[in-house]
Design a protein around this ligand. Sequence first.
Ligand code: SAM
Length: 246
Amino acid sequence: MKIEGMLKEEFKEKLCQEARSQNIELNENQLEQLYMYKELLVEWNEKMNLTAITDDMGVILKHFVDCLECTKVISDEETFIDVGTGAGFPGMVLAIYYPNKKFTLLDALNKRLIFLQEVIDKLGIKNVKIIHGRAEETIRINNMYNSYDASVSRAVAQLPTLLEYTSPYVKVGGKCIVMKGDNVEEEIKLSQNALKVLNLKVEGKTEYSYTVDGEEYNRSILSVKKLNNTPSKYPRNYGQIKKKPL
Ligand code: SAM
C-alpha cells in the first residue's frame, strides 16, 4: 500500500520502524535530518531530475533504509568516498548516520552537487565534502590515490568498471563497498580479470530484501578488499574503459 503525503512525525516514525526491522537503530537527530533531506529531495526534484523515487515509502525504503544497509559492513573505517553519488546515495545517508566519519561525495553531474550543497547547508552537515568530476579523471587531477579507508557506491556501473573507478581511491587494506541487486554472482564471475589486475578480493557479501507496494526487492552489498596498490595505468580514460572493460 502506498502511503502518500505523510506528516513529519509519521514519516519519522515509519522510517524508524522500517530501519529497526532491518536491525538499524536511528536516533532523533538522524531521523530529523533524514526527514529534512527528504523534503529537500522532493522540492528540488520538481526543478531538476534527481530521482525517480519521491513517494514517502519509496524514499524510506529504496533510498534511506537501502543505503543504511551499508552500516552492516562498516566498522572502524573513518574516511569514505562515494563515487557517482547522484542525489547523495548512499554517501549522504551514511554521513547523517555517522556524524564522526568523513565522507567525500563525487559526481560528474554538477547540478546534483548543487543540490547536495543545499542539503549540507540546510542540515548543518559538517562531515561531507563534495567534488565535481569524473572518477577516472579526478583521481589524477587531485592526486587522490590511496586516500580513503573505503569507497561506497550504488547504481553507477557494472562491477568491473566500478572497481576500476573506485579501488584506486582506496588505501591498501581498505575496501570497496558495492551496492548491487540480486544478480551479483553473475557480476562477480564477469569481474575475475578486474579483481586480478586491480589487486582486489571479494571478501564478503551481505544480502537483504524489502517489500514496496507488494513488490519484493532482493539486494546485496559486496565488500571487496584492496590487497595491494593499483597499477598506475588504472583507472584508464573513459574511452578505453568503455571500449574494453576489464
Ligand atoms: N548513486 C546514486 C543512487 O544510487 O541513487 C546515483 C546513481 S545514478 C544512476 C549514477 C550516477 O553516477 C550519476 O549521478 C552519474 O553522474 C554518476 N557517474 C557515472 N559515472 C561516473 C564517473 N565516471 N565519475 C563520476 N560520476 C559518475
